[in-house]
Write a protein that binds this ligand. Structure first.
Ligand code: FMN
Length: 360
C-alpha cells in the first residue's frame, strides 16, 4: 500500500469518527446490567478517596488508559502529541495507533515519535496488528517499540475489520505463535487487545498461555469499526459494504467480555469499548478489570489542545472518585465483586458461558 493510500485511510478513520455517529445502533456495552450498590453510611470523607492504582508494575493517578488511535498523518501527529502531553501531566498510560505505516515508511515516524517528545516520562504503549506481526515477524514489534521508546506494546486483533475493510487482509493463521515469539523477544510487557468485538474466554486463555502481560477486551457497545468501514466502502466496494452491513451489531458486549476474560486469566485486564464515564470504570473494576480504557471520547479534545484532553481526564477522575465514595471504597483495591449486582441478559450470558464462578 502506498503512503498516500495509507494516509487517506487514516484520515477517513479520524474524519468519520469525529463527524458521524459511529457507535452501535442497537447493541450496548451491557454496563446498564451492572448496578453498584449504594452505601449510605460509607464512614469516609469524599477527600479521603484515592483513585491511585498500579498497572504493569507502575503507579498511576487513576485506573484510566487512553486507548491507541492514530498516527501516519500530520493531523494524527498533533493528536498524538496532545494526548501524550496530557497523559504525562495527569500520569496515566496512553497508546498510539497502529505503527504499521511508519515501519513501512520511516518518513512517517515523526507522527508517532511526537508522543515521546511531548510526553518524555509518559507511559507509552506502542501498537501493531497481530496480522502484520505474523506476516512480517517480530522485528516489526521491536521497531514499533524502539520508534517511541515504548513502555509496553499492544498487539491488536481485528478479525471483523479485516474481513469487511475494502483493502483488508484476514490472514490470522500463526498470530498466536507470533504473539508468543514477540513476548519472548521484547523487553517490555505485551498487551493483546481487540478493537470493538471483545475477547472470549477461549481467546483469553490462548493469549495468557502465549505469555502476554495484559488483555484489553475492547468489546462491543462503543466505537463500531464495522460501521466505519461500511461508510468507507460506500460507493467504492459494494460487496464489502453489504457484508459489513450484515455484521454491524457483531461482537461480545464489553461487560460480558470482561467477565469472561477476568474469570479465566490471572493477568491484568483492561475494560474498553464504550467506556464513557468514571462510573463505567468503577463498574468494570467491580467485574475484575484493573483499568478502564477510552478512545473515542478523547479524539475531539485531542484535536484541540492538551488542556482540553486534561479537563476531560479530570472529569473522569471526579466520576471515579464519586462512584468509589458512594460504594464505600477508599482505595481502588476495595472495588471488588461484592460491590456489584449483575442483571438481565448479562446474567444469562454469564450463567451460560462462565457458570457461577462469573457471578460470585
Ligand atoms: C479513531 C480511532 C482509531 C483507532 N485506531 C486504532 C489502532 O490503530 N489500533 C488499535 O489497536 N485500536 C485502534 N482503535 C480502537 C481503540 O483503541 C479502542 O479499542 C476502541 O475504539 C474501543 O474504545 P472506544 O469505544 O472508547 O472508542 C481506534 C479507535 C478510534 C476511535
Amino acid at each position: 500500500m502506498t503512503r498516500d493510500e495509507t494516509s487517506a485511510r487514516k484520515r477517513d478513520h479520524i474524519r468519520l469518527s469525529l463527524e458521524r455517529d459511529v457507535g452501535f445502533r442497537e447493541k450496548s456495552t451491557w454496563f446498564e446490567y451492572v448496578e453498584l450498590v449504594h452505601q449510605a453510611l460509607p464512614e469516609l470523607d469524599f477527600q479521603e478517596v484515592s483513585t491511585e492504582t498500579t498497572f504493569l508494575g507502575r503507579r498511576f493517578s487513576m485506573p484510566l488508559l487512553i486507548e491507541g488511535m492514530t498516527g501516519g498523518t500530520p493531523e494524527a501527529a498533533e493528536i498524538n502529541g496532545n494526548l501524550a502531553e496530557a497523559a504525562e501531566r495527569v500520569n496515566i498510560p496512553i497508546g498510539v495507533g497502529s505503527q504499521r505505516a511508519a515501519i513501512a515508511d520511516p518518513g512517517l515516524e515523526y507522527t508517532f515519535r511526537v508522543a515521546r517528545e511531548r510526553g518524555p516520562r509518559a507511559f507509552l504503549i506502542a501498537n501493531i496488528s497481530g496480522v502484520q506481526l505474523a506476516k512480517e515477524g517480530v522485528e516489526w514489534a521491536e521497531r514499533a517499540v524502539e520508534m517511541i521508546e515504548a513502555d509496553a506494546l499492544a498487539i491488536h486483533l481485528n478479525t471483523l475489520q479485516e474481513v469487511v475493510q475494502p483493502e483488508g487482509f484476514a490472514g490470522f493463521r500463526g498470530v498466536r505463535d507470533a504473539i508468543e515469539r514477540t513476548v519472548e523477544r521484547l523487553g517490555v510487557p505485551v498487551i493483546v487487545k481487540e478493537i470493538g468485538c471483545g475477547i472470549s474466554r477461549e481467546a483469553a486463555k490462548m493469549i495468557e498461555e502465549a505469555g502476554a502481560s495484559a488483555i484489553d477486551v475492547a468489546g462491543s457497545g462503543g466505537t463500531n469499526w464495522t460501521l466505519i468501514e461500511m461508510l468507507r466502502a460506500e460507493g467504492v466496494d459494494e460487496e464489502k459494504r453489504a457484508l459489513a452491513e450484515v455484521f454491524l451489531e457483531w461482537g461480545i458486549p464489553t461487560a460480558a467480555s470482561l467477565i469472561e476474560v477476568a474469570s479465566t486469566v490471572s493477568i491484568e485486564v483492561i475494560a474498553s469499548g464504550g467506556i464513557r464515564t468514571g462510573l463505567d470504570i468503577v463498574k468494570a473494576m467491580a467485574l475484575g478489570a484493573r483499568m478502564g480504557g477510552m478512545a473515542h471520547p478523547f479524539l475531539k479534545p485531542a484535536t484541540q489542545s492538551p488542556g482540553a484532553v486534561e479537563s476531560r481526564l479530570m472529569r473522569v477522575k471526579r466520576e471515579i472518585q464519586a462512584a468509589m465514595f458512594l460504594t464505600g471504597c477508599r482505595h481502588t483495591g476495595e472495588i471488588t465483586r461484592s460491590k456489584a449486582v449483575i442483571l438481565g441478559p448479562l446474567l444469562d450470558w454469564v450463567r451460560q458461558r462462565v457458570g457461577d464462578g462469573g457471578i460470585r
